[in-house]
Write a protein that binds this ligand. Sequence first.
Ligand SMILES: *Cc1c(COP(=O)(O)O)cnc(C)c1O
Length: 376
Amino acid sequence: MSERIREFLRSRESDGPCVVVDTEIVRENYLAFARSLPDTSVYYAVKANPAPEILSLLEALGSSFDCASVGEIEMVLATGADASRISYGNTIKKERDVARAYEYGVRLFAVDCNEEVDKIARVAPGSRVFCRVLCDGAGAEWPLSRKFGCDPVMAADVLEHAHRLGLVAYGVSFHVGSQQANLGAWDFALEMASGVFHEMQTRGIELKMVNMGGGFPTRYLKDVPGVPSYGEAIFDALKKHFGNRLPSTIIEPGRGMVGNAGIIETEVVLISKKSASDDVRWVYLDIGKFHGLAETMDEAIRYPIRTERDGDQTTPCVLAGPTCDSVDVMYEKTPYELPVSLSIGDKILIEACGAYTTTYSTVGFNGFAPLASYVI
Ligand SMILES: *Cc1c(COP(=O)(O)O)cnc(C)c1O
């Protein structure tokens, strides 16, 4: 944990649960991406954490932005960023939202079917579009599966359709799945992308850009390769599949930009057992799946947890939230080892919580306030 966060938590007045994000760490992450992929533009995936302080910092550092809605576009424009730095990267958009984005000056849109191309041709004429191709997300801890993208053969038809309707068939995108620890995932995806480039060339259409998406991991319990390793693997794969005619490229880190910059402080509300002979303790916190820890769904993301009693003897614990919904259990299949001495009222720190926590918090299920957020 950064000294700045430690100091902030020591001195804050309220004692409810919160997430604290250190912008110094976000800055280091941005610079690591920029250094490791010097010829690639960074489009921060706003959904990971849209706090205004984070967006302003990234705006000042020169980042561009991947937005999924008009709301996110407005948040980015509020930093003073020009609309030319925005990609409307959601493949599922209402036509009137496309029109709104176009009014704001956005000219770069994601598609994965002809029907979406038609909307853009009608209300955002002349814009650049890129087609998302399906990626199976193998190796990712939070895969994005089949909801987005089409197969590469169809992608060529979608891009040709866009070209015929007067749009700029600009390129191809993919997302290898979030928290992707397999460096080879980009190799496979870039091979697919280069296939679409070749096919379009035979149709007389020159694509220009590959959007290599997000997927860059944050360190949770397991070690993950650093950003420079991703940079090397991606650059090698680009050379392998595009030779010396490298396309212009962008990446859209979300988790990798902010994940390790945030820490949640939470309090133990209750520790109990289900029977006298049970050897597993139930530890209930003052936040859970509905107030920031949604990515514990299926126990997919396992956050590092720190207590003031680390070093004492440990015992297996089920970790659950405070609400009256039985799905509000974070870890049960694979319990956590926590100190035997852990007590009701103790503060617990959950690390690497900068991404996908505030935005995944309900507005107030059971009357519990949404996760408080401080950006320092
Ligand atoms: C969510 C998302 C991202 C960010 O993914 P991470 O795995 O958090 O880096 C990037 N691009 C698109 C299109 C997304 O939907």
